[in-house]
Design a protein around this ligand. Structure first.
Ligand code: HEM
Length: 449
């Protein structure tokens, strides 16, 4: 018989209120939410990596100096002089990359389980904001070592920020109206990357962005509780159980696996550190961090379309999903059953074929500017491989809407197309682009410089 005496009840309440774990979890959780295949533990692993980043970041701050003259040598000291410094730096770097990868995977899992439905709209939007902050957090850290890799990646990044200049240049109005220049100035405080940029990136990296992410994370977790736990289908038969301690074991297991992978990566692979930054010696090719290389590939077609129009459309699409799709019956079901699986697979093949096809044309035969001398730049901004791809994905999504009569499935089609396109473009940017952004099957084919 459970002891229901007032004394025992009080001590239970006291235990609960003192228990940190139960402060961020609801007292009861549905068994379905604890299954590995529901979440793959991605959200928990993300939160954990963020914690590791804060801990290792604080340690790195003890030795790092954010000045043009000393940044590089202070990172070198961390690597070669400070005991354990290299390991801490490796942990920090791989956890940052891990967070970017996991944030994308978590976005994919929440999308394909319809977890933005049933009142979870706000948490989805907070998630999109968190993804953007995570990318910026990682990018702002990229400059800090002040080596060639960092310097030229951020130079590319700051040029991406100024992409609007392609349009204002084409319209001949940059002299009077220069939003691209303004954004670039805001980001790096100068026309070229230097001390101003380093100071700004350092402040963004250690204060502003982590704090923003921390606040967003707090709201994200609170919303999960308010939304009644994780999304699950209306006819779900799984029971609710006490959160404590079962969920704790599950979360500890995710922590152990993440920690093991991270520690092994930090042990076997060193975070890169190239030569000291040299503003007079550009890297060729100068590549942004891998997660922006899909965008850099798009920018190679048109700076304005690739750096602004398409990314803004993509984020607007993500934000709009829960407003357009109200088909609640799909909540909590992977791929929304058989129809959704078919739509996803068909979209995957469609997008792969169209994306590779357009890339093939572009690499082998060039584009408008090569075919017709004197093509106006405004036309290239409007019609280039990137905008053609975006239009093809949109048409496919409308077609799926007509075919299935469902906004949900048309969103799945567009999401899948965009994702496959992003992966292919990123792959091309990382592996197949060489000096002057030319296409090479193998790195060994790059001309000797
Ligand atoms: C970047 C840091 C992020 C952290 C630390 C984080 C953390 C979490 C955690 C711990 C959960 C519950 C368990 C799980 O689903 O794995 C969760 C759920 C959720 N997350 Fe995130 N998340 C992040 C980013 C995102 C992103 C990028 C999105 C999508 C745009 C997103 C959307 C959601 C939604 C909709 C839920 C509710 C899932 C459901 O009801 O099944 N989150 N998040």
């Amino acid at each position: 018989m459970p002891d229901l005496s007032p004394g025992s009840q009080r001590s239970r309440i006291q235990k609960v209120s003192r228990n940190f774990f139960l402060h961020i979890h609801a007292p009861r959780v549905n068994l379905r939410s604890l299954k590995l295949t529901t979440t793959f533990g991605l959200g928990v692993a993300l939160g954990f990596l963020f914690l590791i980043l804060i801990l290792t970041g604080v340690l790195l701050m003890l030795y790092y100096t954010p000045s043009e003259g000393q940044a590089y040598s202070s990172v070198k000291d961390i690597m070669y002089v400070v005991k354990g410094g290299r390991y801490i730096r490796n942990l920090h770097r791989w956890a940052a990359h891990g967070m970017v990868i996991l944030a994308f995977l978590h976005l994919i899992r929440t999308f394909f389980t319809g977890a933005y439905l049933k009142g979870r709209r706000l948490n989805w939007i907070i998630g999109v904001a968190m993804l953007l902050v995570t990318l910026l957090l990682s990018f702002s850290g990229y400059l800090l070592p002040w080596d060639q890799l960092a310097y030229w990646a951020v130079t590319i990044g700051s040029n991406i920020a100024a992409s609007a200049r392609e349009l204002t240049d084409a319209l001949g109005m940059t002299q009077v109206f220069d939003p691209g220049g303004f954004v670039k100035q805001l980001l790096i405080g100068d026309e070229v990357v230097g001390q101003e940029a380093l100071t700004r990136f350092y402040m963004l990296h250690i204060i502003f962005l982590p704090l923003t992410l921390l606040i967003l994370m707090g709201v994200h977790f609170w919303r999960i509780r308010k939304d009644g736990g994780l999304a699950r289908p209306a006819d779900s038969r799984e029971q609710d159980i006490h959160t404590w301690p079962t969920a704790l074991w599950g979360e500890l297991a995710v922590l152990m696996v993440s920690l093991a992978i991270l520690m092994a990566a930090a042990f076997f692979f060193d975070a890169p550190l190239k030569e000291l930054a040299n503003p007079l010696l550009p890297e060729n090719p100068a590549k942004s961090p891998w997660y922006f290389l899909g965008v850099q590939e798009l920018i190679s077609y048109s700076a304005f379309a690739g750096g602004i129009i398409i990314p803004v459309l993509f984020v607007a699409f993500l934000v709009s999903i829960p407003f357009r799709d109200r088909e609640e019956s799909h909540a909590g079901i992977w791929f929304s059953g058989i129809v959704g699986k078919r739509v996803t697979i068909a979209s995957l093949f469609f997008s792969a074929a169209v994306t590779i096809g357009i890339l093939f044309v572009n690499v082998n035969f060039g584009w408008l500017g090569d075919w017709f001398a004197g093509t106006p730049q405004v036309l290239i901004i409007l019609i280039n491989p990137g905008t053609v791809l975006a239009a093809a994905y949109a048409v496919w999504s409308v077609y799926q809407r007509r075919r299935t009569g469902s906004v949900h499935f048309s969103a799945m089609a567009l999401f899948t197309c965009a994702l496959v396109g992003l992966i292919i473009l990123t792959f091309v940017g990382v592996w197949l682009r060489g000096p002057d952004w030319e296409f090479y099957w193998l790195r060994s084919n790059w001309p000797v410089q």
